[in-house]
Design a protein around this ligand. Structure first.
Ligand code: 0GY
Length: 301
């Protein structure tokens, strides 16, 4: 089936640079996606965007090019709760990929077990309105209780302004919780201002909450990097990510977010994104926890 991309869709860069930063052995790209290919794995009817294809082989080639050893592949909203592309990638990874799926209330125990056998270790609850339709909280709570029996966690994606309203729901979840992209802070606001303080409090008061310190290209208010200053890109995100890494070194994850859905201004060079890591995790010890120890504990133990 041929799919037409959303108008203005930016395709991922096919020739990313080689990072200067050498990743520690065993590093995990803990947030990335596969899209289709649509011919084999059709995009979901309820999707809010139609991406370019981004296959498992292309993801694994990027992994090797950047120097990662493993991937955590997160179900993207363009596939809805049809996890076939995700499962196909996990099964082709020789155990080098784990997954985060999307499921609905009607998922059977046998289907959950099959996802587990393929390498799924979490479900994603998405609260970003431009990406998904509303799902009743009682449905999500029910799913969380069912997947907790498998030892899985819940990945949550929300905008910073929605944290106050979602707080009680999140803090009642019975599993480890992993927040996508630091809860999407507005980085034009102060790092010690009320909005980000609330996120820090969320993590401080709830030891089951982890954060991905991901997506500087998505969060940066400074816009796309200048051609001649690329290695200084996204610096306005550094204080936010570094604060989370240094305050909660055992509960942070990092990922490329390849193939970077829904970016409007520019498509990042994944090599440059890897070069961002030492700015937010400045010591070898912090880098090892962020890139190896934490994801291995959450996804491979
Ligand atoms: C991301 C961010 C986005 C999209 C999705 O599943 C998705 O469609 O996660 C976004 O548009 O902000 O983490 O890939």
């Amino acid at each position: 089936m041929a799919f037409e991309k959303t108008p203005g869709w930016l395709d991922w860069q096919s020739r990313p640079s080689k990072p200067r930063f050498v990743l520690p052995a065993g590093a995990v790209d803990a947030h990335c996606h596969v899209f289709g290919p649509g011919d084999a794995f059709p995009y979901a009817p309820e999707r809010k965007y139609t991406p370019c294809d981004a296959s498992k082989a292309q993801l694994f080639a990027l992994r090797d090019h950047l120097g990662f050893a493993r991937n955590v592949i997160v179900q993207a909203t363009c596939h809805g709760a049809d996890n076939r592309a995700l499962v196909d990638a996990l099964q082709a990874s020789n155990g080098l990929a784990r997954g985060v799926a999307t499921v609905r209330r009607d998922v059977t125990d046998a289907q959950l077990q099959a996802l587990h056998d393929a390498g799924v270790r979490g479900v994603r609850f998405n609260f970003v309105r431009r990406l998904v339709d509303f799902t009743p909280r009682d449905e999500l709570a029910e799913i969380a209780h069912r997947i907790s029996a498998l030892g899985w966690h819940v990945v949550i994606y929300f905008e910073a302004c929605d944290l106050p309203e979602l707080w009680d729901f999140f803090t009642a979840l019975p599993t480890t919780i992993v927040v996508d992209h630091m809860g999407r802070p507005d980085v034009s606001r102060p790092v010690d201002g009320p909005e980000f303080e609330l996120f820090v409090k969320f993590m401080r008061e709830h030891p089951n909450v982890w954060s991905k310190v991901t997506c500087p290209e998505r969060l940066s208010a400074a816009g796309p990097p200048a051609r001649d200053g690329q290695r200084n890109a996204y610096r306005d995100v550094v204080p936010f990510a570094r604060r989370i890494v240094e305050t909660f070194p055992d509960r942070v994850l990092w990922g490329t977010d390849w193939p970077h859905p829904n970016l409007k201004d520019h498509m990042p060079d994944d090599g440059l994104l890897v070069d961002f890591i030492p700015h937010i995790a400045p010591t070898a010890e912090l880098q090892r926890r962020l890139l190896v120890d934490n994801p291995m504990r959450l996804y491979w133990s």
